[in-house]
Design a protein around this ligand. Structure first.
Ligand SMILES: [Mg+2]
Length: 384
């Protein structure tokens, strides 16, 4: 079997005003993602997803990766990595960043093809299921009046989610008021995470960690700038709250650096960004050596979500998985058969490969050919 083509599909959905949320990058008014399809001479195709700037991904695929990979056997995944990254690609697009994002999508598509060729679901290729259902927590609590956030958190608990995550990293006093209100509402045992999206300095992060520890917060995610490993290590040592990191890291060695330097308690690799399934397996093996649990980050679309569910079902180190529960039709409407959410758990599909098919009508509706939005972190706090 040979690879005959690699196609990218940029998608964007506008978020209606009532579904827009405020984050460190400002008010989000659209959701976007880039899907990737690998085609073969035997008619079998594979799907992948890339989480990054779609225009850059398109160029890297068209100008670097596609010319390198056309004619290769899609089942020889290590050979593809060798040519596309080790011996070829990294000299063009670097050892991490958007080139790795593009390769992540290709890698997932190759595993999808392999599953289809062998007639088994992806989790089976990964050694079989450790669990039939993957417990998820809801990412959907953004800053607003604390009692309103608490009420929304109660709604997620009642829907059966295994935890809720609160966006913090804005104004420390407000962050603490919201976290306390949610904890009061849900009682002491419900899992409550916090995510600062790199919004704190070390000093403010230490104050936040102390307050969140008093509230029994399960983890503080991305407290500092992602490259500040020393800062994360200090915060982890002096703060009393576990640290989660990983959605903005690429390739296993970046995760290993955090673990070796004692800077992380929970790893959050994103399959559409960190290096696909091949690299996630290396990350999981390294995490096992260091005794660090994994909780997959996923954001953009139903294809990435499906890959994450297979990984979470098959990898022993995985604990609860993230489910972004904000408005996103690219998650809800892109697949012919959406993933099943039952009592706060996602069920891995049983069909070969990823086990998902795209809905052509949705693909057409969300196709996007314009310029990508570049978001910049807002350091001026908005009163809420
Ligand atoms: Mg996050």
């Amino acid at each position: 079997m040979k690879i005959t083509d690699i196609k990218t599909m940029r998608l964007r959905a506008t978020i209606p005003t009532e579904g827009q949320v405020f984050s460190r990058s400002g008010v989000r008014s659209s959701r976007s993602t880039t899907l990737l399809q690998v085609e073969t001479d035997e008619g079998i195709t594979g799907l992948g997803s890339c989480s990054g700037n779609g225009e850059l991904i398109e160029v890297i695929v068209a100008r670097v990766l596609k010319p390198l990979l056309i004619g290769m056997d899609p089942a020889q995944i290590d050979d593809v990595w060798d040519k596309a990254y080790v011996r070829g690609g990294h000299k063009e697009f670097g050892t991490r960043g958007v080139g790795v994002v593009a390769l992540s999508g290709i890698d997932v598509a190759l595993w999808d093809i392999l599953g289809k060729v062998r007639g088994v679901p992806l989790y089976q290729l990964l050694g079989g299921k450790c669990r039939d259902r993957v417990p998820v927590y809801a990412t959907a609590l953004y800053p607003e009046e604390p009692s309103k956030v608490a009420k929304r958190a109660r709604g997620f608990a009642e829907q059966g989610f295994h935890g809720v995550k609160i966006k913090v990293g804005f104004d420390l006093d407000q962050d603490i008021r919201i976290v306390r209100a949610v904890r009061r509402e849900l009682g002491k045992d419900f899992i409550v995470m916090t995510d600062a999206n790199q919004g704190y300095t070390l000093d403010v992060g230490l104050q936040a960690a102390a307050a969140f520890a008093d509230c029994g917060v399960f983890w503080l995610e991305e407290p500092l700038f992602v490259e500040d490993i020393a800062g994360h290590a200090e915060l982890r040592e002096r703060g009393k709250v576990p640290i989660a990191v990983g959605e903005n890291l690429h390739m296993c060695y970046a995760f290993e650096n955090f673990m070796v330097r004692g800077a992380v308690d929970y790893l959050q690799p994103d399959v559409a960004r960190a290096g696909g399934i091949t690299e996630i397996r290396k990350i999981a093996a390294t995490a096992a050596e260091h005794g660090v649990p994994i909780s997959f980050h996923t954001w953009g679309d139903g294809v990435a979500l499906a890959a994450s569910v297979h990984l979470s079902a098959a990898i022993n180190e995985c604990i609860v998985m993230e489910l972004d529960y904000t408005y996103n039709p690219l998650r809800e409407e892109l697949l012919r058969e959406p993933l099943r959410l039952v009592n706060g758990c996602l069920i891995p599909p049983d069909k070969p490969g990823l086990g998902v098919e795209l809905n052509p009508e949705a693909l057409q509706r969300f196709a996007f050919f314009g310029s990508e939005e570049i978001t910049v972190r807002q350091d001026t706090l908005r009163a809420v």
